[in-house]
Design a protein around this ligand. Structure first.
Ligand SMILES: Cc1cc2nc3c(=O)[nH]c(=O)nc-3n(C[C@H](O)[C@H](O)[C@H](O)COP(=O)(O)O)c2cc1C
Length: 187
């Protein structure tokens, strides 16, 4: 079964993770039926600051405004399989944990959880306060997956992209897509 995936990009540091995930979803298009993308205002700002570009406009996926509650994934009936929030700010995490569905990102996450589908939050901030940790606990208990933007180094990545891909490859695995990547003890 091909996947229907929502990618939400929020205003935490790490726009590179979003960019690499969108690139990878393009490469894996034979396994993907549909990708819907929604960005917060600060996501666009962080992308500009960190990647010196606005090339999120160039992807072939359908982009939805953060205020567009007519987007298909604002309702469970559209049957999206998976939502990835990458990177996920502490603000968005808090809105999801609090059930505050006041924009398309928090509403779509709410829908994915109530439909018992897969929600992956690539949460990013450091250090964490108790509110962040409790919000992560709440989302985890509700069925979401906290996949922190924490790279690994055992594959000996040589570039910033390779470092960031150690996180994105884990996200691809969590979505359930077949992907060639470094696997511990298989090399
Ligand atoms: C350059 C930049 C980097 C930021 N990095 C983070 C971060 O790593 N984690 C975080 O929770 N918020 C970060 N913020 C703050 C969020 O963008 C802000 O709290 C925003 O309101 C979150 O809302 P959003 O999730 O709708 O984007 C950053 C803001 C800027 C401008």
């Amino acid at each position: 079964m091909k996947k229907k995936i929502v990618v939400a990009i929020t205003g935490a540091s790490g726009a590179i993770y979003a960019k690499l995930l969108l690139d990878k979803l393009q490469q894996l298009s034979s396994q993907v039926q549909e990708v819907g993308v929604v960005m917060s205002n600060n996501a666009k700002e962080v992308w500009r600051v960190e990647l010196d570009s606005e090339d999120y406009n160039n992807y072939p996926f359908k982009f939805y405004s953060k205020t567009d509650f007519n987007a298909p994934f604002a309702s469970g009936s559209a049957r999206f399989d998976t939502m990835v929030i990458v990177p996920c700010s502490m603000g968005t995490l808090g809105r999801i944990a609090g059930g505050i569905s006041d924009d398309l990102i928090s509403r779509a996450a709410d829908v994915i959880l109530k439909e018992r589908r897969r929600l992956i939050l690539v949460a990013r901030d450091t250090p964490l306060n108790l509110i962040h940790i409790r919000n992560m606990e709440t989302v985890t208990l509700a069925g979401g997956i906290i996949c922190p933007a924490v790279p690994s180094f055992y594959s000996k990545p040589q570039t910033i992209e390779e470092v960031a891909m150690t996180v994105v490859n884990r996200v691809i695995d969590l979505i359930g897509l077949e992907n060639e990547s470094y696997r511990w003890s298989e090399q």
